[in-house]
Design a protein around this ligand. Structure first.
Ligand code: BLA
Length: 510
């Protein structure tokens, strides 16, 4: 009795997309052994490079490429010392006949993979010329949305796709379109949210290693890479390939969305998938390797700017928590009782964290201010709280999920950060948030993938992308990461105040 959700995960997550043994048709692939003999080849080499270039498996590559070209490729391999690096060569005269090619070279297990595309003169120069003035502009943004907006417009101007989206992943791995540049006549996807299952786990992991994915033509047949199983008994590992053909599942999904060509560039911060640029075009569309390289460089710049923006936000939070700490300590300098302190604490805390109410429960007495449960309501969840609060901090935007009794609070408090402020059980300081109805606009109904019986019970990608509104009840606004961090430092400040107060009381008694 497996849940649909489970099937969908295993089915999609299991597909070995790196072992697909096929490429897209705008380039050719050759993999060679340590002694530069051909170990794998795509079936279209003659079409891409020229009629007389059609190496067989086992042939020395030197029989086909000029010695200068081989030397150049060899030099490129010497810089492939780090894992997952791809060396790029532009304008290589592979056969000594004046025809120029761009090459991407990388190591895959014990083979060297060379991917070859026709060279486009000037692509890089042109790209770099337009990228320069944008870089300094990016730095001026103080929100991800406005930064993304600028970046989307720039990418669309440079690459010419019908639609460019800036997409941010949320903690539940769903993603939301937070900026967009598009052709005027297209409907907007701005703010739409896509469920986690649209990008399976192995595709996410691969997207962190290989950050740039172009699909030049959703309806072009892919070109086989031969032999499908290599001399070592396994298919060629194509994780770092630039030409790799894509999962049919994904291609079908994109076609259902009306997309003829796509480009996805991941944004990785601290080794984690933070977001992506997703470009859609209704017709087929390919970009030269040079232009793709400029776009990739640009997205790396955007990643750095995002990281810096994140750091600036952290710095602001550190400042806010220092101020919070100082004010707290100052307001207790005269030995005021903590349990009576809410009227003075409320404005201090509200300045740093967006709250609707606060309570304090200390030595069995409860005080609350603003939008907070009554004493009776609080006492009703206290046993559950005592049982679960082994940690120092409980953070929730769905109180009833953590404490079933809280669902019926007439006050409709739905979010809380509960700080445990004593070593012995159990004194608490609590920040509250009201219930707020949230509308999430999903692009297509999530969690509704059904095995398709006409298709051997396989999961097919969804066909419906109509915006579908979900109203979420019983939730407050989410506590942001900075707010959670601030709450942590608030707890240490409170503990310090408590220590001081007990010290002073002890001195007075002595
Ligand atoms: C891959 N799905 C992806 C990728 C993206 C999305 C960005 C990786 C990048 C790429 O290769 O293009 C999803 N693309 C989106 C979304 C938008 C977009 C949400 O532009 C919104 C604007 N997909 C499904 C189901 C399965 C599935 C049910 O919906 C599996 C059964 C599979 N998606 C799937 C697979 C890949 C993928 C297998 C990897 C494709 C590959 O690299 O070969």
């Amino acid at each position: 009795n497996i849940h649909t959700k489970d099937i969908e995960l295993t089915e999609c997550d299991r597909e070995a997309i790196h072992h697909i043994s096929a490429i897209q048709d705008f380039g050719a692939l050759i993999a060679v052994t340590n002694d530069w003999n051909v170990a794998h080849r795509s079936r279209n080499i003659a079409e891409i490079i020229g009629d007389s270039c059609d190496p067989e498996i086992g042939d020395p590559l030197a029989d086909y490429f000029s010695s200068d070209a081989i030397a150049e490729l060899r030099r490129a391999t010497s810089s492939l010392f780090a894992a997952d690096t791809v060396e790029r060569l532009f304008g290589v005269d592979l056969r000594g006949d004046g025809n120029l090619f761009d090459c991407a070279v990388h190591q895959s297990n014990n083979l060297l993979v060379i991917e070859i595309e026709p060279h486009e003169v000037e692509a890089i120069d042109r790209g770099l010329r337009i990228i320069r003035p944008v870089v300094s502009k990016l730095e001026q943004h103080d929100s991800y949305r406005s930064l993304g907006d600028e970046a989307c417009h720039f990418l669309r101007d440079m690459l010419g796709y019908d639609r460019v989206m800036f997409y941010r992943f949320l903690p539940d791995e769903s993603g939301q379109v937070i900026a967009e540049a598009k052709r005027d006549d297209l409907e907007t996807y701005l703010d739409l949210r896509y469920p986690q299952a649209d990008i399976p786990q192995q595709a996410r992991a691969l997207f962190v290693r290989n950050r740039f994915r172009i699909i030049a033509d959703m309806s072009a047949p892919s070109i086989p890479v031969e032999p499908a199983i290599g001399a070592d008994g396994v298919p060629l590992d194509m994780s770092m390939s630039t030409l790799r053909a894509h999962s049919q599942m994904h291609v079908e999904y994109m076609r259902n969305m009306g997309v003829g060509a796509s480009l996805a560039i991941s944004i990785v911060i601290d080794g984690k998938l933070w977001g992506m640029f997703a470009c859609h075009h209704h017709e087929a569309r390919s970009l030269s390797y040079g232009l793709r390289t400029v776009a990739e460089l640009f997205s790396e710049l955007v990643s750095l700017v995002i990281e810096r923006l994140g750091n600036r936000k952290v710095a602001k939070r550190v400042e806010a928590s220092r101020e919070l700490h100082d004010r707290l300590i100052r307001s207790f300098a005269d030995g005021a009782a903590l349990s009576q302190s809410l009227p003075s604490l409320d404005p201090i805390i509200s300045r740093a964290i967006d709250i609707d109410g606060i309570s304090i429960f200390i030595d069995g007495s409860y005080n609350a201010k603003g939008h907070a449960p009554t004493e009776e309501e609080f006492l009703s969840i206290l046993p559950q709280l005592n049982a679960s609060a082994d940690g120092r901090l409980i953070i929730t935007d769905n109180l009833a999920e953590k404490f079933p009794g809280a669902g019926s609070f007439p006050a409709r408090v739905a979010g809380a950060i509960i700080l445990s402020i004593s070593r012995r059980p159990r004194d608490y300081f609590i920040l509250w948030r009201r219930e707020e109805l949230q509308n999430v606009t999903w692009a297509g109904k999530p969690g509704k993938l059904q095995p398709d019986s006409s298709n051997g019970n396989r999961i097919s990608p969804r066909k419906s992308f109509g915006a579908w509104e979900e109203t979420m009840r019983g939730r407050s606004r989410e506590w942001s990461h900075p707010e959670q961090k601030l709450a942590e430092s608030l707890r240490s400040s409170l503990l310090e105040v408590i220590l001081r107060l007990t010290d002073e009381q002890a001195k007075e008694r002595a």
